[in-house]
Design a protein around this ligand. Structure first.
Ligand code: HEC
Length: 212
């Protein structure tokens, strides 16, 4: 009787130990470069990297795994006003073939608003992301009466779809993990602390010698 209780006790203890280990190792793997971090880790990184924009993975991060087929479905929301085939007609909005990488208002003959024309720069990943988040904020007074896409995943998928229609500009670089740099700093600090301790020991030894 008591023997089987003991065995049950050990099995339980073993299970707890294994659970503890998996929690700890989970934390370690989390820092690994090629391991896909949990969503939480991404959230914090994204916020820091983009200087406190909406919480969640950064758009650069999302673009790495974005899905043009999903983006094509989202384009249904745009199709009321835009064509995207090569040589397609302008509608309420201009034809969008090859728009990624081009200057704002690139379609000749389309009556763009001054608001949009006066925004400097080309349609790159960052500016297109901002435009699709809120056209009104991006170019106050724009003629594009579209509220915007609140979900970053939707914008990432839509952008890779847009990009595949006559543009094919390169994806932005994936954000670099900052872990290794931090580790190096820690190692330096430890080395310094070690050196300090040694110096202190020497001082103490000197003092002891002087006392004798
Ligand atoms: C209600 C109509 C409407 C909808 C819906 C709409 N747009 Fe537009 N879009 C416009 C108009 C009008 C303009 C011109 C804006 C201006 O000149 O201020 C425009 C301009 C643009 C431009 C700038 C093109 C250039 O040549 O610089 C892009 C890119 C664009 N839209 C993408 C989209 C995408 C992607 C969607 C779907 C998420 C979308 N639009 C939904 C009407 C619309």
């Amino acid at each position: 009787m008591s023997n089987s209780n003991t065995i049950a006790g050990w099995v339980l203890a073993g299970g707890i130990a294994a659970l503890g280990f998996s929690i700890v190792s989970g934390k370690y793997f989390h820092a690994g470069k090629h391991e896909r971090p949990e969503v939480m880790g991404y959230v914090i990184e994204g916020v820091e990297a983009s200087g406190g924009a909406a919480a969640g993975p950064s758009i650069e991060e999302l673009l790495q795994t974005a899905d043009p087929a999903a983006g094509e479905k989202i384009f249904a929301k745009c199709a009321a006003c835009h064509t995207i085939n090569q040589g397609g007609a302008n509608g309420i909005g201009p034809n969008l073939w090859g728009a990624m990488g081009k200057p704002h208002g690139h379609v000749p003959g389309f009556a763009y608003s001054d608001a949009l024309k006066s925004v400097p720069g080309n349609w790159d990943w960052t500016s297109m992301d901002a435009w699709l988040t809120s056209p009104r904020k991006y170019a106050e007074g724009t003629k594009m009466t579209f509220a915007g896409l609140g979900k970053a995943e939707d914008r990432a998928n839509l952008m890779v779809y847009l990009n595949a229609q006559g543009s094919n500009i390169p994806l932005p670089a994936a954000p670099v993990a900052e872990e290794p740099a931090e580790e190096a700093v820690e190692a330096d600090a430890e080395a310094e602390a070690g050196a300090d301790a040694e110096a202190q020991e020497e001082v103490q030894a000197d003092a002891a010698a002087a006392e004798e």
